[in-house]
Write a protein that binds this ligand. Sequence first.
Ligand code: ADP
Ligand code: ZN
Length: 730
Amino acid sequence: MEQDFFHEGELVAVLTTQPLDRTLDYKAPEGGCFAGAFVEVPLGPRKVLGVVWGPGKGDFDRAKIRFVIRVLDVAPMREEMRLFLERGAAYTLTPMPAMLRLATRAPGLGDPLSMRKVYRMGDRQPDRMTDARTRVLAVLEEFGGLAFTLKELAEMAGTSSSVIKGLVKLGAVREETSPRDVPFPHLDPDWGAKDLTEEQTEAAKDLRAKVASGDYGTTLLRGVTGSGKTEVYLEAVAECLRKGRQALVLLPEIALTAEFLARVQARFGAKPAEWHSGVTMTERRRTWKMVGQGGAQMVIGARSALFLPFRDLGLVIVDEEHDTSYKQEDGVLYNARDMAVLRASICGAQVVLASATPSLESWVNAEAGKYAKVELHARFGEAVMPRMGTIDMRQETLPSTRWISDSLAGKVTARVEKGEQALLFINRRGYAPITLCRACGHQIGCDHCDSRMVEHRFQKRLVCHQCGETKPIPTACPSCAAEDRLAPIGPGVERLAEEAALLFPDARVAILSSDRFGSARALKAEIETIAAGGCDIIIGTQLVAKGHNFPLLTLVGVIDADLGLHGSDLRAAERTFQLMRQVSGRAGRAETPGAAVMQTYQPEHPVIRAILSGDEEGFWKAEAAQREAAGMPPFGRLAGIVLSGSDAQQVMELGLALARNDAAVRAVGAQVFGPAPAPIARVRGRHRVRLLVKAGKGVALQRAIADWVGRFPLKGDLRLAVDIDPQSFY
Ligand code: ADP
Ligand code: ZN
């Protein structure tokens, strides 16, 4: 920034959250303002949020330039944050207003500091409980010490505010007047440190030294499931807190936060700030403001927490760094792992990428020395990695409506009889992926997408997994009207549970699938019940692969290990490898040794063999060699161009025009493939066409692409999205 402070009347350039392709000039308000100040400015008849980006451009009639209305009472945006947004925008080809929206996703930022009434758990139990009262208390219980406004609490509990007022009278809920946005409780880095194993101690020491250096650096923390990666990186967090800097821990799944919060509390004596879709608006705003003022030492959150206005960010942990949910697939297309590295490199922070099965990108970066490497080899305590095996499905005789082979069933029974738990894994939600008419062959599809509707028997509906549309399960075929000829084809978790109930009539079967639980609370409760031994057989989707501890679980049976291998996806092998290793890592975490078996029709497949042998280095080397030979990421660069619109022909014509006029990208040595209809050629009624741009590693691809696509004005409802480093190609 050339200039820090602007006196009243001086021209300032303001970046707003409105979709304009430039900053707008305003006059600094009475009292002046700093660069980075959050301001309210007039735009047409409206008032909009903006940030003072620098001196005004002065290319507009000065007489018409209006004054900034007011400066908001929040810490100004730091220069490093402005830089982060600019570089992030340049990397992902995202317009700046959209970046600013990511950085200001907290309601009521401009509200003045004031007192308001909040509600917390009281200390008396009401004599008489009603459903509504139970729900209110359950919400307060779930969120521990957090306070809610009356409106929020009523909404979350699904009750009227009079129920809450009633509970206040009874002393079961406490009403307090509190200033808005109080700091988070102090975290003590020396509170509950555990005795680490020798290997863990070394790893922790290594990370602590890096954090203490105060410089930027990225470390890949690799270790099998249960080796204590979390314990180790919490020591890095402790060091960061000792230095008075802030730490951010990114988790791939909100369902994991409850367990994690408890661990943080045990380690540091209090809970950190949270930032994800499961926290209330009041808490979001509090977190946003406190992070900026230094009233929050640690944040745990989803990927968008990277855009919080940290005052002094010293450490970012990306847990399960290989997880695909770190890539935002909607709106601004960014990969939180890469953005974490970018942000840290700007503000002199350390990044720790933790995983049992890193992404190939991170593995290659670590091999090349771009990232440091810290490894944990042993599982904590007695636990050893499970024995791995396959069941050759060509040797099994199974009717077409059954998926659990006799071999697998035998293993399950043996475990359950010993009082242990078995997990049957299938990465498919619902009852059956296809509903087929046996009379005419029609498969029921979504009306708005080119995708099949998935039967969810539990909800008694068909669901489109693309757009979420649901409809009742018909009795007659929508195509030929034949009655009672519709048949479910293939298994999902619900159907597998049905089969398990038949095969193991005395066992208690539980389903763990993200769509089965209305709230994070219900899911958490179910996970706790299962962990405590509340069921014998778990039927689960990839939700179970992520970090939950089930101490009684000793057998993992993968129903269809081939499922992920069929795809033509660049990362099919990598994903299958990661998923299978992760799922099997669920077995035998405590003292009982575990086993994992995969049902497969191709036991000779190199990926299946690599999973079996556990030769991770070998797998990555082979995978890396293949990608390198093909010039694919991370050895080359890819960008996806996704065009969409309601008129199929117009969309394809735009695709063809782009492909014909690709000189701007060819100039940097890039190749353009396509256009081709996207694998899912219609979503929510919009037709989709894809192009793929492939280039060498060192190529300044973004600038070339911006130049290329910028020449094509978008008519009507046509949309063009650029996906740099695409992770999915649907
Ligand atoms: P990872 O993150 O690698 O999967 P965790 O950090 O979750 O591993 O550790 C697995 C389990 O072992 C957890 O329950 C954790 O509390 C426990 N654990 C790991 N290391 C220690 C230790 N040094 N002392 C006590 N418990 C430990
Ligand atoms: Zn749909």
